[in-house]
Design a binder for this molecule. Structure first.
Ligand code: UDX
Length: 435
């Protein structure tokens, strides 16, 4: 099929390359000429395992191209909207400017048989409003098809999703839209991937509800960590033990410095803002608590570092291992790790931060920090070391090869290290939610 993908950020660039990989003929459009040049040259504008490979192979086939010129979408029959919906500057709500601008610039090129497919995460009610705008200008149909990809696994999640959700209008138009989407995702559909065909509102809510649930799961275990810290209990063993209950499950119960990234924080905030607009603020009031628990974990790490310096962090050297919001990503949007590094710097500590992929993005936002690409060099002379992103490179550090000095402390902000091994090597090992 001929498809266009409007917006070539994390979501769109991966989606465009994956659609071409699946055999479709794809044009990706973005307003950022620099990004388009990079993509056309086969370079991913961000770190995502597997993306450079599928970009290169799709570009070689000639089935994939990127442009800033919207008129080039005219031949396509399916148009994916994959632009960002960040948090508004002065409110918790989502900023829909990019979605609206994408639809506006697409309208002149739509034919009646076209299908516009929203993938961006939007407040419930957005698709119905956009469908009206599209119908006023053309006979094209709108479907909402939320994306559930995880950074670091984005390519696999796009090519082999665990479910497909189609929000479509009622009647024959909806049936036609679902049939077109089944054709787009033919390989996944024939493999038996569950397909949920539903209305616009449900499809929008599936995405925000899924992210709200995941955020709740993480903050739940982090709340247990807070209780463990004052009772001497061990949150990791607690998570293992409750996780054996199949109704609970162990995944997303890793206590630590909390969630960040371009999705969970802004999506739970936008969801509460939307509920308030709908007069149902109380239904999602708990998400504000989820957000607060999450942010308190950053305070806790800062507190542990300050304690390790006997309340005098000024000019004391601390190594921060990890800057990205999670491993296998260079994304530092709302990253707990970067936030903690900045706060420690603000307290006058001599912070040296390292990350396998996220130094460039961190430096752009916070040039005041000192970065060191080499882990060994970052650890040099640091009395306190804190691991805030569980990259394999950090998990694999052998403490017996590092000098413990007279009084060195390792703060495991992700419960990802072998505490015993660090203690044996002479370090004071401190972890979140564990005695
Ligand atoms: C998330 C959703 O998982 C995905 O379905 C959606 O499409 C976009 O948002 P992503 O932001 O890539 O994906 O990251 P995810 O793997 O969900 O992790 C989010 C954050 O939670 C990270 O900062 C991670 O470190 C943290 N986390 C995750 C925990 O603190 N504990 C856990 O047990 C799991």
């Amino acid at each position: 099929m001929k498809v266009s993908v409007i917006g070539c950020g994390y979501l769109g660039a991966v989606h465009a390359a994956a659609m071409a990989e699946l055999g479709h003929s794809v044009v990706g459009v973005d307003v950022d000429a620099g990004k388009i040049d990079l993509l056309n040259a086969g370079f991913a504008p961000f770190y995502e395992p597997g993306l450079p490979d599928i970009l290169a192979s799709a570009l070689r086939t000639g089935r994939l191209r990127f442009t800033t010129d919207m008129s080039e979408v005219e031949d396509a029959r399916v148009h994916f909207i994959a632009v960002g919906t960040p948090q508004q500057k002065h409110s918790a709500a989502a900023d829909l400017r990019f979605v609206e601008a994408a639809i506006d610039s697409l309208l002149p090129f739509l034919s009646d048989a076209d299908l516009v497919v929203g993938k961006s995460t939007v407040p419930v009610g957005t698709a119905a409003r956009l469908a009206e705008i599209i119908q006023r200008h053309s006979g094209a149909t709108l479907a909402w098809n939320p994306e559930f990809l995880r950074e670091g696994f984005a390519v696999d999640d796009t090519i082999a999703p665990d479910r497909l959700v189609y929000g479509v209008p009622p009647g024959i138009r909806g049936e036609q839209a679902a049939a077109m989407l089944n054709e787009v995702y033919e390989s996944a559909v024939t493999r038996g991937t569950p397909v949920v065909v539903t209305d616009y509102a449900t499809s929008e809510l599936v995405k925000t509800a899924a992210n709200a649930f995941l955020a709740t799961k993480i903050s739940f275990i982090n709340a247990m960590a807070e209780i463990a810290e004052v009772t001497g209990a061990d949150v990791t063993q607690l998570a293992d033990a409750i996780g054996y209950d199949a109704r609970i499950g162990r995944r997303f119960l890793n206590a630590g410095v909390g969630f960040g990234g371009g999705c969970l924080p802004k999506d739970i905030r936008a969801f509460t803002a939307r509920a308030e607009e709908l007069g149902r603020g109380e239904s999602l009031a708990f998400l504000k608590e989820i957000d607060a628990i999450n942010l308190r974990r950053r305070d806790r790490v800062v507190e542990l570092v300050v304690d390790a310096f006997d309340s005098e962090p000024f000019r004391r050297r601390v190594a921060v291992l990890g800057l990205s919001f999670k491993p296998d990503s260079d994304d530092v949007r709302d990253s707990p790790a970067l936030d903690v590094a900045v706060r420690l710097h603000g307290l006058g500590a001599d912070v040296v931060a390292t990350d396998p992929e996220a130094i460039a993005n961190s430096r752009r936002l916070h040039p005041q920090l000192t970065f060191e690409a080499d882990i060994k060099a970052a650890l040099e002379g640091a009395d306190v070391v804190t691991v805030l992103t569980e990259w394999k490179q950090f998990r694999d550090i052998d403490p017996s090869l590092l000098s413990a000095g007279t009084d060195r402390t390792i703060i495991d902000g992700r419960n990802c290290l072998d505490g015993e091994a660090w203690r044996r090597a002479g370090w004071t090992y401190v972890a979140l939610g564990r005695a």
